[in-house]
Design a binder for this molecule. Structure first.
Ligand SMILES: *[C@@H]1O[C@H](CO)[C@@H](O)[C@H](O)[C@H]1NC(C)=O
Ligand SMILES: *[C@@H]1O[C@H](CO)[C@@H](O)[C@H](O)[C@H]1NC(C)=O
Ligand SMILES: *[C@@H]1O[C@H](CO)[C@@H](O)[C@H](O)[C@H]1NC(C)=O
Ligand SMILES: *[C@@H]1O[C@H](CO)[C@@H](O)[C@H](O)[C@H]1NC(C)=O
Ligand SMILES: *[C@@H]1O[C@H](CO)[C@@H](O)[C@H](O)[C@H]1NC(C)=O
Length: 270
């Protein structure tokens, strides 16, 4: 019974309105500066320095990747490793895929590690969003990406991991650079898998990215059930304690030391 109570209590503590909040899309300035300095110097690095920088960057990501507000994005991480010519580390990353937790992260790895796998798997998603809008002119990948950026995508379309990663691909194609793309992740939700998704800045402006929107359907159902149970428990506790206080207030005979003890317990329970 106590174990069940502890389980329920921790579930109630984790499910809060934080889960439905939008992420802070402000880019972490300090980190950008670090990337900028490394980027500027990377062409002048000798092999030893490059290897050191690559290893440092990997260590840094391993330390902070789970931070939902730290601006550590898997999409950018893989782009950096590739761009900074961290060949050994990049191949190892592609081989082991340590952050491959769901369809979004898998597709992100596919894009970075084997583009043909990514394009083959996601082609139909891109064609689908185009054809729904009556566009059919060219079915070349880059044209589909450019078209994708002009659409007002629906919530359902934005939930497709292929569309999410294609939006990153489109940002890189358009700007020749990463950035203007954000990821949202929540690792600890009761009765749920990891939640991790991404979206470009324009779509976030139109429709703020919410951890809630990333969750698989079954997980949303579980969270709603948990929230309902937590609310019922909260109401039951309030009613029970109120009734103790009411009985005490109404019944003069109970105003002795034992009664005071009980009422203090009831008050503390709030
Ligand atoms: C690489 O550069 C570092 C620092 O600039 C230097 O100490 C090291 O000897 C260099 N290594 C090689 C192989 O040139
Ligand atoms: C790069 O650094 C790692 C450890 O930081 C080391 O194990 C590896 O041998 C180095 N590779 C090269 C090519 O120097
Ligand atoms: C997560 O990132 C934020 C912003 O960079 C930082 O303030 C916070 O301390 C980090 N949390 C952890 C657990 O590293
Ligand atoms: C990409 O994946 C395909 C299909 O699995 C495979 O045939 C191809 O060799 C891979 N390419 C690279 C560069 O790994
Ligand atoms: C659209 O594409 C399909 C398949 O590629 C093709 O059969 C059809 O004729 C195209 N329609 C238009 C209007 O271009």
């Amino acid at each position: 019974m106590t174990k069940l109570g502890v389980l329920l209590l921790s579930a109630c503590m984790f499910v809060s309105f934080r889960d439905v909040e939008s992420i802070n899309t402000a880019v972490v300035a300090g980190q950008q500066f670090l990337h900028y300095t490394l980027e500027k110097n990377v062409n002048n690095f000798n092999e030893t320095e490059r290897n050191k920088t690559c290893s440092m960057f990997i260590k840094d990501f391993r330390k902070f990747w789970y931070n939902s507000s730290g601006g550590k994005y898997l999409t950018e991480y893989l782009s950096f490793l590739e761009e900074w010519l961290c060949h050994a580390q990049f191949s190892l990353e592609c081989l082991k895929r340590p952050y491959d937790f769901n369809q979004f992260t898998k597709t992100t790895y596919d894009r970075a590690c084997n583009r043909s796998v990514f394009e083959t798997q996601c082609f139909s998603s891109l064609v689908a969003v185009s054809s729904v809008r009556g566009r059919n002119s060219s079915q070349k990948w880059n044209n589909l990406l450019r078209a994708l950026k002009t659409y007002q995508l629906s919530d359902a379309e934005l939930q497709d991991p292929c569309i999410q990663v294609a939006l990153y691909d489109a940002v890189v194609l358009e700007r020749g650079k990463y950035g203007y793309y954000h990821e949202s992740k929540r690792l600890l939700l009761p009765f749920c898998q990891i939640s991790w998704c991404g979206r470009d800045a324009e779509n976030i402006n139109r429709n703020p990215i919410k951890a809630w929107n990333c969750l698989p359907h079954i997980c949303k159902v579980n969270i709603i059930i948990t929230m309902v149970i937590c609310s019922i428990l909260a109401v039951a506790i309030v009613v029970a304690n109120l009734s103790v206080i009411l009985v005490f207030v109404i019944n003069e005979k109970l105003r002795n030391s034992q009664g005071v003890y009980k009422i203090s317990l009831a008050c503390a329970d709030f």
